[in-house]
Design a protein around this ligand. Structure first.
Ligand SMILES: [Zn+2]
Length: 428
């Protein structure tokens, strides 16, 4: 007699999990996700239209003449940038308000009042003006000194600035928006710390932040660089996910940490930015010439050309969307595989991936996935999890629940609760 292995059907389990977010709720999350992509493109196009309209009126030419008359050329860069950003922000504010706040309220994601959102929007704006102003001042020094090799030095400068922001972000900027506290003592923390220890992640790098202040979406992340690298869990994750799901998510985040994704992304994006500078350098003069007298741009070192420089860069980044999304998505898939192997919670990972499906499209077509998705889709994730489960069960694992899709009721409970909250809020 040989023992027969209990039957586990991968496809049936995948279908059961994907079926746990269905009907009107599935339609709404698809619409939300498709809208994100749509409004992202609209924002870029509106930004371009605003830039060209302001050039057409001669606004940027006059602004440059105004600041350069009062200040030395290098010092005029910061105020030019600040005023240009403010004017653009005022014009695009209705759109930012819709995508940043009212749309999130409509889909039941936001937990903020308009005032709460606006306060954070204004704070982000101030931070961007200061950080961006310093960066463009340095960038224009580089452009004016090293026109020919701009693409190398410009990309180096921007990459160094990204690294610096990642270093100081968790310490100085994130705490302006949320409270970060070391995770509370308890069995879940013990669990996470033992996962972290097994992966060689220092224990004091696990934090909880009050994500529920802004949104009810569940999330965790790895941030920082060198000494400031840390893993942060949203309080919404602890509230809305079972311990098995939290373990699955934490193991994924630990994967990012162990696989050095922060450094890898910095290098890859540095390369993308270098190619972007080369593109801007190669097209700038021709476009500036077409603008003629009205635009009044002399050369690429002219601060009056800054909005054009940004516009060309935004066109480049829009075209590069599938590339940048694929770079990120590949890392995410690696972290998924690492996390499954570390936590050994295939059902927890499948369930939490379905919960994310309350606002992410679970099963897009291949082209849509390639172009717009910067994470593996719900289908990708549940497929990986169930293949892992099948392989482990076949190998005789006894720590994995052999039943088909045991956390489907948990997903259905979460989705129903979220829907009830949304309806209740809409009725207020
Ligand atoms: Zn991730």
């Amino acid at each position: 007699m040989h023992e027969t292995f209990p039957h586990f059907d991968v496809q049936q389990a995948i279908d059961a999990y994907l079926g746990s977010v269905s009907g009107a709720i599935r339609a709404r999350s698809d619409a939300y996700d498709e809208g994100q992509a749509f409004w992202g493109i609209v924002s870029t196009l509106v930004g371009l239209a605003v830039t060209f309209a302001l050039y057409h009126t001669g606004f940027f030419r006059r602004l440059r003449d105004g600041v350069e008359k009062r200040l030395p050329r290098w010092a005029a860069v910061f105020p030019f940038f600040g005023l240009y950003m403010l004017v653009s922000a005022v014009i695009t504010f209705p759109l930012d308000m819709w995508t940043g706040h009212f749309r999130e309220v409509q889909y039941g994601n936001s937990t903020q009042s308009f005032g709460g959102w606006f306060g954070e929007y204004a704070l982000s704006m101030v931070i961007s003006l200061i950080v961006g102003g310093i960066l463009v001042t340095l960038l224009y020094m580089v452009i004016r000194a090293l026109k020919r090799s701009l693409w190398v030095w410009g990309a180096g400068l921007v990459t160094a600035a990204m690294a610096l922001m990642m270093l100081i972000g968790p310490v100085f900027i994130s705490p302006l928006f949320n409270d970060y506290t070391p995770m509370e003592q308890g069995p879940l923390k013990e669990d996470i710390l033992s996962l972290a220890k097994a992966a060689g992640v220092p224990a004091d790098n696990v934090y909880v932040y009050d994500r529920s202040r802004q949104t009810n979406t569940i999330s965790a992340n790895v941030s920082g660089i060198f000494g400031t690298t840390r893993i942060s869990l949203g309080d919404t994750l602890i509230r809305d996910a079972t311990p098995a799901e939290v373990r699955a998510v934490m193991a994924h985040e630990i994967g990012h940490y162990v696989l050095n994704h922060v450094y890898e992304l910095l290098l890859e994006f540095g390369l993308v930015i270098a190619i972007g500078f080369a593109f801007v350098n190669g097209t700038f003069a021709a476009v500036a010439r077409r603008g003629g007298e009205r635009w009044g741009i002399s050369d690429i070192g002219d601060v009056g050309g800054m909005p054009l420089l940004f516009a060309l860069f935004s066109v480049y980044m829009l075209v590069m969307t599938p590339v940048t999304n694929t770079i990120i998505r590949s890392n995410e898939a690696e972290a998924d595989a690492y996390g499954l192997a570390l936590a050994r919670e295939p059902d927890g990972f499948a369930a939490v991936s379905m919960k994310l499906g309350a606002y992410r499209k679970l099963d897009p077509g291949p082209v849509e996935r390639f172009v717009f998705h910067d994470h593996p889709t719900g289908r990708d994730r549940v497929t990986m999890a169930m293949n892992f489960k099948a392989a482990e069960l076949a190998a005789g694992a006894t720590d994995i629940d052999p039943s088909m899709a045991p956390l489907v009721p948990e997903v259905e409970r979460y989705v129903a609760k979220r829907e009830a909250d949304r309806t209740a809020k809409a009725g207020e």
